[in-house]
Design a protein around this ligand. Structure first.
Ligand code: KMH
Ligand code: ZN
Length: 273
Protein backbone atom coordinates (compact mmCIF):
# COMPACT_ATOMS: atom_id res chain seq x y z
CA UNK A 1 0.00 0.00 0.00
CA UNK A 2 1.21 3.52 -0.78
CA UNK A 3 2.12 5.84 2.06
CA UNK A 4 -0.84 7.91 3.26
CA UNK A 5 -1.31 11.39 1.83
CA UNK A 6 -3.09 13.72 4.24
CA UNK A 7 -4.85 16.77 2.84
CA UNK A 8 -5.78 19.51 5.29
CA UNK A 9 -8.83 21.52 4.25
CA UNK A 10 -7.99 24.28 6.68
CA UNK A 11 -10.58 26.96 6.08
CA UNK A 12 -13.44 26.28 3.66
CA UNK A 13 -15.92 28.88 2.51
CA UNK A 14 -18.88 28.11 4.73
CA UNK A 15 -17.73 27.35 8.29
CA UNK A 16 -17.54 30.27 10.74
CA UNK A 17 -15.83 31.37 13.93
CA UNK A 18 -19.25 31.20 15.60
CA UNK A 19 -19.13 27.44 15.04
CA UNK A 20 -15.48 27.10 16.07
CA UNK A 21 -13.33 30.14 17.04
CA UNK A 22 -10.23 28.53 15.49
CA UNK A 23 -11.65 28.75 11.93
CA UNK A 24 -9.18 31.02 10.10
CA UNK A 25 -10.20 34.15 8.17
CA UNK A 26 -7.18 36.50 8.09
CA UNK A 27 -3.95 35.67 6.22
CA UNK A 28 -2.17 35.35 9.57
CA UNK A 29 -4.77 32.86 10.80
CA UNK A 30 -4.69 30.91 7.53
CA UNK A 31 -0.90 30.63 7.77
CA UNK A 32 -1.15 29.52 11.42
CA UNK A 33 -3.59 26.75 10.44
CA UNK A 34 -1.61 25.65 7.38
CA UNK A 35 1.55 25.37 9.48
CA UNK A 36 -0.17 23.43 12.24
CA UNK A 37 -1.48 20.92 9.68
CA UNK A 38 1.85 20.68 7.83
CA UNK A 39 3.84 20.21 11.04
CA UNK A 40 1.45 17.42 12.06
CA UNK A 41 1.91 15.53 8.77
CA UNK A 42 -0.31 17.04 6.08
CA UNK A 43 1.39 17.21 2.69
CA UNK A 44 -1.45 18.99 0.86
CA UNK A 45 -3.18 22.19 1.93
CA UNK A 46 -6.61 22.56 0.29
CA UNK A 47 -7.05 26.30 0.26
CA UNK A 48 -9.99 28.69 0.36
CA UNK A 49 -9.48 32.31 1.36
CA UNK A 50 -11.67 34.82 3.16
CA UNK A 51 -11.69 38.54 3.68
CA UNK A 52 -10.85 39.51 7.25
CA UNK A 53 -14.55 39.53 8.19
CA UNK A 54 -14.93 35.91 7.06
CA UNK A 55 -16.60 36.55 3.68
CA UNK A 56 -15.38 33.93 1.18
CA UNK A 57 -13.57 35.25 -1.91
CA UNK A 58 -11.75 33.83 -4.93
CA UNK A 59 -9.85 37.11 -5.45
CA UNK A 60 -6.50 36.35 -7.14
CA UNK A 61 -4.56 38.86 -5.02
CA UNK A 62 -5.93 37.43 -1.78
CA UNK A 63 -4.97 33.90 -2.91
CA UNK A 64 -1.52 35.14 -3.93
CA UNK A 65 -1.02 36.73 -0.53
CA UNK A 66 -2.10 33.56 1.29
CA UNK A 67 -0.02 31.22 -0.88
CA UNK A 68 3.12 33.39 -0.61
CA UNK A 69 2.73 33.56 3.18
CA UNK A 70 2.10 29.79 3.52
CA UNK A 71 5.16 29.06 1.34
CA UNK A 72 7.39 30.87 3.83
CA UNK A 73 6.53 28.41 6.61
CA UNK A 74 5.63 25.27 4.63
CA UNK A 75 8.14 25.52 1.77
CA UNK A 76 7.51 22.14 0.10
CA UNK A 77 3.78 21.70 0.84
CA UNK A 78 1.44 21.06 -2.09
CA UNK A 79 -0.97 23.99 -2.08
CA UNK A 80 -4.27 23.16 -3.74
CA UNK A 81 -6.46 26.22 -4.38
CA UNK A 82 -10.20 25.63 -4.54
CA UNK A 83 -12.00 26.37 -7.79
CA UNK A 84 -15.27 25.54 -6.04
CA UNK A 85 -15.27 28.76 -4.05
CA UNK A 86 -18.61 29.31 -2.36
CA UNK A 87 -22.17 28.53 -3.46
CA UNK A 88 -23.45 31.26 -5.81
CA UNK A 89 -20.10 32.43 -7.23
CA UNK A 90 -19.76 32.63 -11.03
CA UNK A 91 -17.44 30.30 -12.94
CA UNK A 92 -15.17 33.21 -13.83
CA UNK A 93 -14.94 34.29 -10.20
CA UNK A 94 -14.13 30.72 -9.12
CA UNK A 95 -11.35 30.28 -11.68
CA UNK A 96 -9.53 33.39 -10.44
CA UNK A 97 -7.74 31.27 -7.82
CA UNK A 98 -5.78 29.57 -10.64
CA UNK A 99 -4.29 32.87 -11.85
CA UNK A 100 -1.70 33.09 -9.07
CA UNK A 101 2.04 32.98 -9.83
CA UNK A 102 3.59 30.49 -10.17
CA UNK A 103 0.61 28.57 -11.57
CA UNK A 104 -0.65 26.09 -8.96
CA UNK A 105 0.46 22.48 -9.45
CA UNK A 106 -2.89 21.16 -8.17
CA UNK A 107 -6.47 22.53 -7.85
CA UNK A 108 -9.93 21.15 -7.26
CA UNK A 109 -12.37 20.47 -10.11
CA UNK A 110 -15.95 19.93 -8.96
CA UNK A 111 -17.63 17.40 -11.21
CA UNK A 112 -21.35 18.06 -10.93
CA UNK A 113 -24.23 19.89 -9.33
CA UNK A 114 -25.35 18.88 -5.87
CA UNK A 115 -27.58 19.82 -2.98
CA UNK A 116 -25.59 21.73 -0.38
CA UNK A 117 -28.03 21.72 2.54
CA UNK A 118 -31.24 23.70 3.02
CA UNK A 119 -32.03 25.54 -0.21
CA UNK A 120 -28.40 25.79 -1.35
CA UNK A 121 -27.37 24.28 -4.67
CA UNK A 122 -23.72 24.02 -5.73
CA UNK A 123 -23.98 24.40 -9.51
CA UNK A 124 -21.52 22.69 -11.86
CA UNK A 125 -23.14 22.01 -15.24
CA UNK A 126 -21.45 19.64 -17.70
CA UNK A 127 -20.14 22.66 -19.62
CA UNK A 128 -18.69 24.15 -16.42
CA UNK A 129 -16.89 20.89 -15.67
CA UNK A 130 -15.56 20.59 -19.26
CA UNK A 131 -14.48 24.24 -19.32
CA UNK A 132 -12.66 24.04 -15.96
CA UNK A 133 -10.99 20.78 -17.08
CA UNK A 134 -9.87 22.37 -20.37
CA UNK A 135 -8.43 25.43 -18.66
CA UNK A 136 -6.59 23.36 -16.05
CA UNK A 137 -5.15 21.10 -18.75
CA UNK A 138 -3.95 24.12 -20.74
CA UNK A 139 -2.33 25.60 -17.63
CA UNK A 140 -0.74 22.29 -16.59
CA UNK A 141 -2.68 22.11 -13.31
CA UNK A 142 -3.48 18.62 -12.02
CA UNK A 143 -7.18 18.51 -11.10
CA UNK A 144 -8.41 16.79 -7.98
CA UNK A 145 -11.80 15.55 -9.19
CA UNK A 146 -14.24 16.44 -6.42
CA UNK A 147 -17.12 13.97 -6.55
CA UNK A 148 -20.06 14.22 -4.16
CA UNK A 149 -21.79 11.11 -5.56
CA UNK A 150 -21.32 8.35 -8.13
CA UNK A 151 -22.96 10.40 -10.91
CA UNK A 152 -20.15 12.93 -10.61
CA UNK A 153 -17.59 10.18 -11.26
CA UNK A 154 -19.51 9.52 -14.49
CA UNK A 155 -19.41 13.23 -15.43
CA UNK A 156 -15.64 13.27 -14.79
CA UNK A 157 -15.32 10.25 -17.08
CA UNK A 158 -17.28 12.14 -19.79
CA UNK A 159 -14.68 14.91 -19.53
CA UNK A 160 -12.02 12.22 -19.79
CA UNK A 161 -13.58 10.79 -22.96
CA UNK A 162 -13.41 14.30 -24.45
CA UNK A 163 -9.64 14.24 -23.82
CA UNK A 164 -9.81 16.96 -21.16
CA UNK A 165 -8.05 15.02 -18.38
CA UNK A 166 -4.55 13.61 -18.01
CA UNK A 167 -4.09 10.10 -16.52
CA UNK A 168 -3.70 8.85 -13.87
CA UNK A 169 -6.81 10.56 -12.50
CA UNK A 170 -7.14 11.59 -8.88
CA UNK A 171 -10.54 11.75 -7.15
CA UNK A 172 -11.75 13.14 -3.85
CA UNK A 173 -14.90 11.38 -2.61
CA UNK A 174 -16.83 13.90 -0.53
CA UNK A 175 -19.00 11.71 1.67
CA UNK A 176 -21.98 13.01 3.63
CA UNK A 177 -23.11 16.02 1.59
CA UNK A 178 -25.03 14.30 -1.20
CA UNK A 179 -24.06 10.61 -1.08
CA UNK A 180 -24.32 9.17 2.45
CA UNK A 181 -21.12 8.78 4.46
CA UNK A 182 -21.50 5.02 4.86
CA UNK A 183 -18.80 2.43 4.36
CA UNK A 184 -21.04 0.69 1.80
CA UNK A 185 -21.09 3.85 -0.32
CA UNK A 186 -17.37 4.50 0.18
CA UNK A 187 -16.62 1.02 -1.18
CA UNK A 188 -19.06 1.71 -4.07
CA UNK A 189 -17.27 4.98 -4.94
CA UNK A 190 -13.79 3.43 -4.72
CA UNK A 191 -14.94 0.58 -6.98
CA UNK A 192 -16.33 3.01 -9.58
CA UNK A 193 -13.15 4.82 -10.70
CA UNK A 194 -10.79 3.71 -13.48
CA UNK A 195 -8.00 1.29 -12.58
CA UNK A 196 -4.78 3.12 -11.81
CA UNK A 197 -6.56 6.18 -10.39
CA UNK A 198 -5.74 7.45 -6.91
CA UNK A 199 -8.33 8.66 -4.42
CA UNK A 200 -8.83 10.64 -1.28
CA UNK A 201 -11.95 10.55 0.89
CA UNK A 202 -13.48 13.28 2.98
CA UNK A 203 -16.09 12.49 5.61
CA UNK A 204 -18.17 15.56 6.30
CA UNK A 205 -19.32 16.26 9.86
CA UNK A 206 -19.48 13.45 12.37
CA UNK A 207 -18.59 10.82 9.74
CA UNK A 208 -15.07 12.27 9.37
CA UNK A 209 -13.34 9.75 11.62
CA UNK A 210 -15.13 6.61 10.39
CA UNK A 211 -14.43 7.58 6.80
CA UNK A 212 -10.79 8.37 7.64
CA UNK A 213 -10.25 5.01 9.37
CA UNK A 214 -11.91 3.03 6.57
CA UNK A 215 -9.99 4.95 3.90
CA UNK A 216 -6.65 4.29 5.60
CA UNK A 217 -7.49 0.57 5.71
CA UNK A 218 -8.63 0.54 2.06
CA UNK A 219 -5.51 2.22 0.67
CA UNK A 220 -7.05 5.61 -0.11
CA UNK A 221 -5.85 8.98 1.14
CA UNK A 222 -7.47 11.19 3.75
CA UNK A 223 -8.73 14.77 3.77
CA UNK A 224 -9.51 16.36 7.11
CA UNK A 225 -9.91 19.91 8.42
CA UNK A 226 -12.26 22.69 9.46
CA UNK A 227 -13.83 22.89 6.00
CA UNK A 228 -15.39 19.49 6.59
CA UNK A 229 -15.53 18.95 10.34
CA UNK A 230 -15.18 21.10 13.45
CA UNK A 231 -14.94 18.44 16.16
CA UNK A 232 -12.09 16.26 17.36
CA UNK A 233 -14.59 13.93 18.97
CA UNK A 234 -18.23 14.12 20.06
CA UNK A 235 -18.73 17.43 21.89
CA UNK A 236 -15.04 18.45 21.69
CA UNK A 237 -14.21 21.24 19.25
CA UNK A 238 -10.84 20.86 17.52
CA UNK A 239 -8.39 23.57 18.59
CA UNK A 240 -6.56 23.54 15.26
CA UNK A 241 -6.32 21.74 11.96
CA UNK A 242 -3.06 20.28 13.26
CA UNK A 243 -4.92 18.54 16.06
CA UNK A 244 -7.14 16.81 13.50
CA UNK A 245 -4.18 15.84 11.30
CA UNK A 246 -2.47 14.38 14.41
CA UNK A 247 -5.50 12.17 14.99
CA UNK A 248 -5.33 10.88 11.40
CA UNK A 249 -1.60 10.18 11.86
CA UNK A 250 -2.41 8.18 15.03
CA UNK A 251 -5.06 6.16 13.16
CA UNK A 252 -2.59 5.48 10.35
CA UNK A 253 0.08 4.32 12.82
CA UNK A 254 -2.41 1.96 14.48
CA UNK A 255 -3.24 0.51 11.07
CA UNK A 256 0.40 0.28 9.98
CA UNK A 257 0.37 2.96 7.29
CA UNK A 258 3.25 5.42 6.94
CA UNK A 259 2.68 9.09 6.18
CA UNK A 260 3.80 10.58 2.84
CA UNK A 261 5.97 13.69 2.71
CA UNK A 262 4.97 16.34 0.14
CA UNK A 263 7.50 14.99 -2.38
CA UNK A 264 6.33 11.43 -1.80
CA UNK A 265 2.77 12.67 -2.33
CA UNK A 266 3.84 14.24 -5.67
CA UNK A 267 5.29 10.88 -6.67
CA UNK A 268 2.19 8.91 -5.63
CA UNK A 269 -0.07 11.36 -7.50
CA UNK A 270 2.20 11.41 -10.58
CA UNK A 271 2.62 15.16 -10.29
CA UNK A 272 5.44 16.97 -12.00
CA UNK A 273 7.89 18.59 -9.59
N1 KMH B 1 -17.49 25.51 -0.88
C1 KMH B 1 -18.14 24.59 -1.77
C2 KMH B 1 -19.33 25.25 -2.43
C3 KMH B 1 -13.97 22.89 -3.68
O1 KMH B 1 -13.23 23.43 -2.87
O2 KMH B 1 -13.61 22.66 -4.84
C4 KMH B 1 -17.25 24.05 -2.82
C5 KMH B 1 -16.01 23.44 -2.36
C6 KMH B 1 -15.37 22.50 -3.31
O3 KMH B 1 -15.51 23.67 -1.28
ZN1 ZN C 1 -13.11 23.30 -0.69
Amino acid sequence: MDKLIITAAICGAEVTKEQNPAVPYTIEEIVREAKSAYDAGASIIHLHVRWDDGTPTQDTKRFQEAVDAIRKVCPDAIIQPSTGGAVGMTDLERLASTDIVPTPEFATLDCGTCNFGGDEIFVNTDNTVFNFAKIMKEKGIKPELEVFDKGMIDIALKADRKGLLVHPLHFDFVMGVQISATLRDLVFMAGSIPQGSTWTATGVGRSAWNIAAATIAMGGHVRIGFEDNLYLEKGVLAKSNGEMVEKVVKLAKLLGREIATPDEAREILSMKK
